[in-house]
Design a protein around this ligand. Structure first.
Ligand code: ZN
Length: 184
């Protein structure tokens, strides 16, 4: 995937994330693996920006100026897993549930099929601590939630990472509303 193709994919997925209210707040970030490293969104860029402004990052732990402030997470995940794309956003119910549970056990049919358990990890934004915690979980799964922060989803392409982002938010919303309903 070259820069133009990646930019088109980022814009397409970014628009879906925005239209389905999954971004939460204003920002998030995305990346896709390439033979030379990985393309990641520019720091502070809107995910639905057209055309998306991308930065090419190496996988060796160095940082290209302009890369998203969460680049450490992306580098760590690509170095310990087979994933080829990552989507990070701050969806509301996922963030809420991360305050309430250390491990989210999904109860709806789609969640139980694709992500019966979603781990919640901790670490300040932009730190190696957060990067290592997220990478440890994504080494053997597609979705993790950073406590009080947001989702990190990964997969074979941006569509799959998008799917797990959407899934996590749906599962968290169903679980939250069900718990609320029990209190009537
Ligand atoms: Zn974030």
């Amino acid at each position: 995937m070259n820069a133009d193709e990646a930019s088109g994919e980022f814009t397409r997925i970014g628009k879906r994330l925005f239209s389905e209210h999954l971004v939460g707040g204003n920002f998030g970030n995305m990346s896709v693996l390439t033979p030379e490293g990985y393309f990641i969104t520019h720091t502070g860029s809107y995910l639905d920006a057209d055309p998306a402004e991308l930065v090419l990052m190496p996988k060796n732990g160095r940082m290209t100026p302009g890369a998203s402030s969460e680049w450490r997470v992306h580098t760590a995940v690509y170095n310990v897993s087979e994933h080829q794309a990552i989507v990070h956003v701050h969806p509301q119910f996922s963030v809420v549930m991360s305050f309430l549970y250390d491990r989210i056990r999904t109860i709806d049919s789609e969640g139980m099929l694709l992500a019966p358990e979603i781990a919640v990890v901790e670490g300040p934004c932009g730190t190696q601590q957060l990067a290592d915690a997220v990478a440890e979980e994504l080494a053997h799964s597609n979705i993790v939630i950073a406590k009080g922060h947001g989702t990190f989803a990964a997969g074979k392409n941006l569509d799959e990472a998008y799917l797990y982002t959407s899934l996590a938010e749906h599962c968290c919303k169903v679980l939250y509303l069900t718990e609320l309903g029990k209190r009537r």
